[in-house]
Design a protein around this ligand. Structure first.
Ligand SMILES: [Zn+2]
Ligand SMILES: [Zn+2]
Ligand SMILES: [Zn+2]
Length: 276
């Protein structure tokens, strides 16, 4: 039996070395990198359907407390088969992944499970995907115009990336597109320009308030900030104390990409990427 990696290599015509190189934890999306995500067949945009649904009890009860055998049978009868997956969430709702377009239509007809009235709704975040395109031709195109042009591919948001040059944010030719649906098309066309779509990989996220990885400052629960340079409580800038990382306590700023907390965060993101 070939291993999964060998199988992937064969599928993508990549050498083991190339694949390993792409899989290094410090790998970052860059314009010159070959995308390790399989480009999907191009052509007309694929028909998208919602794959992930939540089912919640109208009376707020945990669905694990109802007759789960009967409920599961009802779900399978309505869907005319098993869905790909049903998970119970901690809040007592069900997360259902359907296998096809037909199941996606019929699951919304479920009104009750084992006698308990329920609501079925498409999951907000899981039914979308993000990709990037490189479009240098018209640097001043307003995002709204691109959005209108790309809506035929199911694009529902366009975000132009920016980079910092001499302290000023400058727009780059890289756009992040949010697609309605779980599958990225291989290409999109802006006017007559065909742009390859690469999967968008979020950068490691460190909270600018408490310096901890994995959440943003807007959802931070720590009242007083932590200095990125010295790990003391937030103080007047610039910081003149010696560098000390608030995460690993070594003498570097918490923003250093040599920090092993940073590397760990990158591995987590790489894992999430490979799972998709
Ligand atoms: Zn925080
Ligand atoms: Zn400081
Ligand atoms: Zn550190």
């Amino acid at each position: 039996m070939p291993s999964r990696e060998e199988e992937n290599n064969r599928n993508h015509g990549q050498t083991v070395r190339a694949r390993r190189r792409n899989n290094r934890p410090h790998w970052r999306p860059s314009l010159s990198d070959e995308n390790l995500n399989e480009p999907q067949p191009s052509g007309p945009p694929q028909k998208q359907y919602n794959k992930f649904y939540t089912i919640s009890a109208n009376n707020g009860c945990h669905l694990s407390s109802i007759d789960v055998i009967a409920a599961n049978r009802e779900i399978e009868n309505t869907l005319k088969g098993k869905p790909t997956k049903i998970n119970e969430t901690r809040s007592g709702t069900l997360l259902v992944e359907v296998t096809n377009c037909q199941q996606s239509r019929t699951i919304t007809t479920i009104k009750s499970l084992a006698g308990v009235p329920v609501t079925v709704a498409a999951h907000e975040r899981l039914n979308e995907s993000r990709g990037t395109i490189w479009y240098p031709n018209r640097p001043n195109y307003p995002d709204e115009d691109l959005l209108a042009e790309l809506s035929q591919y199911g694009v529902k948001a366009v975000y132009r990336t920016k980079r910092r040059e001499h302290g000023v944010l400058v727009p780059t030719p890289v756009y992040v597109l949010t697609f309605d649906g779980c599958h990225l098309p291989g290409h999109v066309a802006v006017g007559w320009t065909r742009c390859q779509v690469r999967q968008y990989i979020p950068k490691t996220r460190r909270c600018f308030n408490c310096q901890v990885f994995g959440h943003g400052a807007s959802s931070c629960r720590q009242q007083t900030g932590t200095c990125v340079n010295c790990a003391r409580e937030q103080h007047d800038l610039p910081c003149t104390y010696p560098a000390k990382c608030s995460n690993c306590k070594l003498p570097h700023p918490a923003s250093s990409n040599t920090c092993h907390f940073y590397k760990m965060e990158e591995e987590i993101i790489a894992t999430l990427r490979d799972k998709r």
